[in-house]
Design a protein around this ligand. Structure first.
Ligand code: MRU
Length: 371
């Protein structure tokens, strides 16, 4: 499995130039364009424009961005610490919903803080910041492979699997999160087909997931979002596979609440409705434990509201909504835990009720370890 499905490098640190390089997600599938920067404003712009996107990659961007701030600071260890605190906050707030972005920033901040307390030199601290960010990326990649192994038994011959948004390599590195069990099962010879939901308004499903799975030779049928109910019924869908931007694990009755790309909640409701009619359609969520939020509650989580033009205009620039008409554009939605059949993490599969199982994973999670 290692080495398969992994030719895409969504983000990396260029040691020679001291800059971040990323594959621009807004250009896929038309162009494989790599952009780079040493500048925090440019990085934030890339995150907000979704050149860099998807929860785990945002974690890597947060970590590399914080290392970049450290490397850009000419000064004492205390000045580096001050800069990564102040500018790291701006970076962590570039997008509000995926918890991984601030998680990645904090990983490097914590490492730098400990090095400053140990009395290390500025040069040593800068090197440590970069090596910590690289470790965040390595851990992310390893987690995707473990998610694949943990979840592949949930994928069976003849399955019809619905996907939403893109929780593949472009969003998560490695073999993706919700794509990981699919890829691992495919590598083991399990054969299934996919219904890949468009995921309007930015078409991460049609553009990105279809591109990735097609490259792998996995059968893809792209569907528009409003075809989902009809086709899940007619094509006898067996499961929906979604990623997550944040999974709550704080108040016990909210544990297992999943924030993910807009449309996920609708698919969960459809799967639930089909189950009640007697067709067993599972609603699976796959994410690394870095996506689990142990502090937030439903009342705290901010769902990003994006600019109206994403809904008003097609990708080719044609306006499709009449001038003067109101538009809503929430980027994410919230799926309550009782609609989620299982949550696949790098530490295993959690099932409803999620409080105890997710808390158990947090205790074991290297991603949540203090050092
Ligand atoms: O707005 P995006 O493209 O960053 O949203 C990404 C998603 O919602 C993904 O499904 C999610 O991050 C889970 S896996 C990366």
């Amino acid at each position: 499995m290692e080495g398969r499905f992994t030719s895409i490098v969504p983000i990396r640190w260029n040691d020679g130039r001291g800059e971040i390089v990323w594959l621009d997600n807004t250009q896929i599938p038309w162009k494989e364009l790599y952009n780079s920067t040493k500048d925090l404003d440019r990085l934030i712009k890339a995150i907000q424009a979704l050149e860099i996107r998807g929860a785990p990659i945002l974690g890597e961007a947060g970590a590399y961005g914080t290392a970049m701030i450290a490397n850009n600071t000419a000064g004492t260890p205390d000045q580096i610490l001050k800069n990564i605190d102040k500018m790291g906050k701006r970076l962590a707030e570039a997008r509000p919903t995926a918890v991984n972005l601030s998680w990645g920033v904090h990983k490097v901040q914590e490492a730098v803080k400990a090095a400053v307390e140990r009395g290390e030199s500025s040069d040593a601290i800068k090197e440590l910041a970069v090596s910590t960010a690289k470790r965040v990326q390595e851990d992310n990649i390893a987690a995707t492979h473990r998610i694949g192994e943990a979840g592949k038994h949930l994928v069976h011959d003849g399955d019809v699997l619905v996907t939403v948004c893109n929780a593949g390599t472009l969003a998560c590195d490695g073999i993706g999160t919700s794509t990981a069990p699919l890829r691992a099962a495919w590598a083991d010879g399990i054969r299934f087909k996919t219904l890949v939901a468009y995921t309007a308004p930015l078409y991460q499903g049609a553009r990105l997931t279809a591109w990735e799975l097609h490259k792998d030779g996995i059968p893809v049928n792209v569907i528009t979002d409003n075809m989902a109910g009809h086709l899940m019924h007619e094509e006898r869908a067996t499961a929906v596979w979604a990623g997550a931007d944040r999974i709550l694990c704080n108040k016990s009755d909210e544990s297992g609440t999943v924030y993910n790309k807009i449309g996920t909640y609708g698919l969960a409701l459809m799967a639930n409705s089909l189950r009640q009619e007697g067709t067993d359609v599972k609603m699976y969520v796959a994410a690394p434990t870095s996506t689990i939020d142990t502090k937030g509650t439903v009342a705290d989580v901010r769902i990003e509201q994006r600019k109206p033009y994403e809904v008003e205009y097609l990708f080719n620039g044609t306006r499709i909504v009449p001038e003067g008409v109101g538009v809503l554009n929430p980027a994410f939605d919230r799926t309550p835990p009782n609609l989620v059949s299982a949550i696949v993490t790098e530490l295993g599969v959690a099932e409803f009720p999620y409080d105890r199982s997710l808390k158990g994973f947090i205790e074991q999670s290297a991603m949540h370890a203090k050092k």
